[in-house]
Ligand binder design. Structure first.
Ligand SMILES: NC(=O)C1=CN([C@@H]2O[C@H](COP(=O)(O)OP(=O)(O)OC[C@H]3O[C@@H](n4cnc5c(N)ncnc54)[C@H](OP(=O)(O)O)[C@@H]3O)[C@@H](O)[C@H]2O)C=CC1
Ligand SMILES: CC(C)(CO)C(=O)C(=O)O
Length: 292
């Protein structure tokens, strides 16, 4: 069934999902600043992908949501979340479901403050995708995997819609398991690839001992937070990742954009302090990255 889907922040993640959903027959309204709105209206979303090939998808675009949408995907960076939410008046969304794809955990409270607790379901995406210009997306990973947290009854139709658009998607019952499962994988990957300006292939061989120590710390924090996977599984995930894979944090650093350091490293440090988990490697890396 065709749905109206709003995408707040049509960048690496949001632009790819907008294009896939539009290609699958849904009405997609991208919400962004004026320059990106102009580009999207002019040429749609242009995707080059290792998984889906090259294609262009027409989407609608606006600076603010002006009509109800059944689904609202949120895919801005943490630093932009507060102002970006002005583009989605909560009453207009009505019964619509909000799915945030931001890395980290702290955005959930911000979104629930804006939309109400029940409207927002935790979601994570495993993908490597970058916006190289407004409406131009380079999707590097040969996979696009999504986990949603909540009841199967409510989320199975969303899984069906995402799978019909070409992603892999599943529902898990526990929100902490979903959010911390992703953060346990992401945080060491992001902090170390960015600190040493290396793709994952070089990092996992040249910096193995530091990677292993950091994964052990972050997995301990994730476990204490009620989610997360074992360290061996995380390391195996890095070993299976395409060698030229980069984190979105490394891409931000390379482009001179602000890093999501507080949302990723800061979230691990705060949870570690709450649960009394020692995290000396994480502390050092966050301090080194903050120092620039
Ligand atoms: N990139 C990746 O591979 C992955 C990223 N993530 C997470 O997903 C989230 C998004 O990352 P990513 O897609 O890389 O980010 P990008 O920087 O590629 O995209 C962010 C988008 O948000 C838009 N934007 C910025 N400010 C506003 C605003 N005020 N209102 C509306 N739109 C706005 C940008 O517009 P404009 O186009 O005009 O710049 C851009 O389209 C992050 O939390 C990241 O950690 C998770 C998994 C993988
Ligand atoms: C590590 C990766 C590429 C995995 O999805 C990611 O989520 C990110 O860098 O934001």
């Amino acid at each position: 069934m065709s749905r109206t889907i709003a995408v707040l922040g049509p960048g690496g993640v949001g632009g790819l999902l907008a294009a896939l959903l539009s290609r699958a027959g849904h009405r997609v309204i991208c919400l962004a600043g004026e320059e990106t709105v102009r580009a999207l209206r002019e040429h749609g979303v242009r995707v080059t992908s290792r998984q889906y090939g090259a294609f262009t998808a027409r989407v609608e675009a606006d600076t603010v949501l002006r009509e109800p949408a059944g689904l609202c995907l949120v895919s801005v960076k943490h630093g932009a979340l507060g102002t970006a939410l002005d583009r989605v008046p909560a009453p207009l969304l009505g019964d619509g479901l909000v799915l945030p794809f931001l890395n980290g955990v702290d955005h959930m409270a911000v979104l629930r403050g804006h939309f109400g607790t029940d409207r927002v379901a935790a979601a994570v995406i495993r993908v490597e995708s970058a916006r190289t210009a407004p409406g131009v997306i380079e999707h590097h990973s040969p996979f696009t995997d999504i986990d949603l947290a909540g009841s199967a009854e409510r989320l199975d139709p969303v899984v069906a819609l995402l799978e019909a658009a070409g992603t892999r998607a599943r529902v898990l019952p526990d929100e902490n398991a979903v959010l911390w499962g992703k953060l346990a994988f992401l945080a060491p990957f992001a902090l170390l690839t960015t600190r040493y300006r290396l793709p994952i292939g070089a990092l996992r061989t040249e910096r193995r001992a530091e990677l292993t120590a950091l994964v052990a710390e972050v997995c301990a924090v994730a476990r204490a937070s009620g989610g997360g996977t074992g360290a061996e599984r995380v390391l195996a995930g890095y070993d299976g990742f395409p060698a030229d894979g980069k984190s979105s944090m490394l891409r931000d650093a390379e482009a001179g954009r602000p890093l999501e350091l507080d949302a990723i490293g800061g979230a691990v440090l705060r949870a570690a302090a709450r649960h009394g988990v020692p995290v000396p490697v994480t502390e050092r890396l966050v301090a080194e990255l903050a120092a620039g």
